[in-house]
Ligand binder design. Structure first.
Ligand SMILES: Nc1ncnc2c1ncn2[C@@H]1O[C@H](COP(=O)(O)OP(=O)(O)OP(=O)(O)O)[C@@H](O)[C@H]1O
Ligand SMILES: C[C@@](O)(CCO)CC(=O)[O-]
Ligand SMILES: [Mg+2]
Length: 356
């Protein structure tokens, strides 16, 4: 039987990076998905023919590990309903397994995702032979939460195959089935462990919004669902400048340790912006004047947040170019996700008049 699970990417409207340091942030799921398909293969004699295969459609690479090698390096797996952290020994064992694959230098950034895969697969399914295919609508490493969507869809597929979460079981179902709340919590916890391998020190916002969907406020691991009363339209521009979330998060933490007081004030200001933005999003605006005033406030908060992201050192020349370009049309933009390149959000007002 084949199991398929999909999870969405996200945009962050306010609060990226500061959320790692305890500030509030606001994020929304977007309708671009990563899908993980898993087929358990009949086990042979436990011999060399038994393997775990991974086909990464977006990067055009396939991998295969003999089950016996995985069991030897990473053990027999654990209780699928009790998520646990990857140990430094396991990280080292996975790095060794990956060395044997000679990943092309130009795609070396995939190693973190491969380690997250090996950890999730062997922890949840032990050394069972299986084939996993991953494909995604999301650009990788561009700020739209590709790593979280990868970990969430993978955890969903693995937990379903392990029988650790309940699904309706109708193989004829045309629509995607949605997990129950407890099962979503479990998926989210495993995905967070995967994100830790990719991001180093994630706040948990990306895996949370990818698992639970909709628009959320997130602070210190606590999630609040936001009911957006009016549609908020955003244009997403991909600068196509590649970057790595782990390095950017580490860079902000280093700046915070060099200038603790100044950076605490920056994080505090971002917290106020996210809190204000989340309450504005929930305001019901009935007429054009009210909607315009709501959008003006959102735009101003996004502009302020972008200034503070510059203070944190995560903007980039390519991002500044998008800011200047959209400003010519009186449109406000900010980076989204980890910055350093990647994607930029532009608020598109409901009543728009282009006068460059
Ligand atoms: N479809 C995929 N196939 C293989 N690996 C993936 C896929 N999607 C994400 N990854 C892994 O996630 C890494 C990108 O994660 P990273 O956190 O740097 O960026 P992001 O999640 O796209 O952006 P952000 O964290 O700012 O939202 C890739 O280098 C790869 O290891
Ligand atoms: C940069 C960051 O705040 C968001 C990345 O989408 C990292 C995190 O919260 O884990
Ligand atoms: Mg990421």
């Amino acid at each position: 039987m084949e199991v398929r699970a999909r999870a969405p990417g996200k945009i962050i409207l306010a609060g990226e990076h500061a959320v790692v340091h305890g500030s509030a942030a606001v994020a929304a799921a977007i309708d671009l998905y990563t899908t993980s398909s898993l087929r358990l293969l009949p086990a042979g004699e436990g011999g060399a023919a038994d393997a775990v295969e991974l086909d990464l459609k977006d990067s055009g690479l396939t991998f295969s590990w003999p089950c016996s090698r995985l069991r030897e390096a990473l053990g027999q797996g654990c209780e699928a309903r009790a998520p646990r952290q990857c140990s430094p020994d396991e990280l080292a064992a996975m790095a060794k397994l990956l060395e044997e694959h000679e990943i092309p230098e130009a795609k070396i950034w995939l190693s973190a995702g491969l380690s997250a895969f090996l950890f999730l697969y062997t922890s949840i399914l032990g050394g069972k032979p299986g084939k996993v295919v991953v494909c995604s609508d999301l650009p990788m490493g561009a700020g739209l939460g590709s790593s979280a969507a990868f970990c969430v869809s993978m955890s969903g597929a693995l937990l379903t195959a392990a029988g650790a979460v309940a699904v309706g079981g109708s193989s004829q179902a045309k629509e995607w089935e949605v997990f129950e709340k407890d099962d979503l919590e479990l998926v989210n916890k495993w995905a967070f462990q995967g994100e830790k391998i990719i991001h180093g020190k994630p706040s948990g916002i990306d895996n949370a919004v990818s698992t639970f969907g909709s628009m959320i406020k997130f602070k210190k691991g606590e999630l609040t669902n936001l009911k957006s009363r009016n549609a908020v339209k955003m244009l997403i521009t991909d600068t196509r400048v590649g970057r790595n979330t782990k390095a950017l998060v580490a860079g902000v933490s280093e700046r915070a340790s060099r200038h603790p007081d100044a950076m605490a004030s920056v994080f505090n200001a971002v917290n106020s912006i996210s809190e204000e933005l989340s309450s504005i999003v929930e305001l019901a605006a009935e007429d054009e004047i009210a909607i315009t005033s709501k959008e003006e406030k959102l735009a101003e908060l996004m502009e302020m947040n972008q200034g503070l992201l510059q203070c944190m050192g995560v903007s980039h020349a390519s991002i500044e170019t998008v800011l200047r370009t959209t400003l010519k049309y009186n449109l406000v933009s900010k980076l989204t996700g980890a910055g350093g390149g990647g994607c930029v959000l532009t608020l598109i007002p409901t009543c728009i008049l282009f006068t460059p």
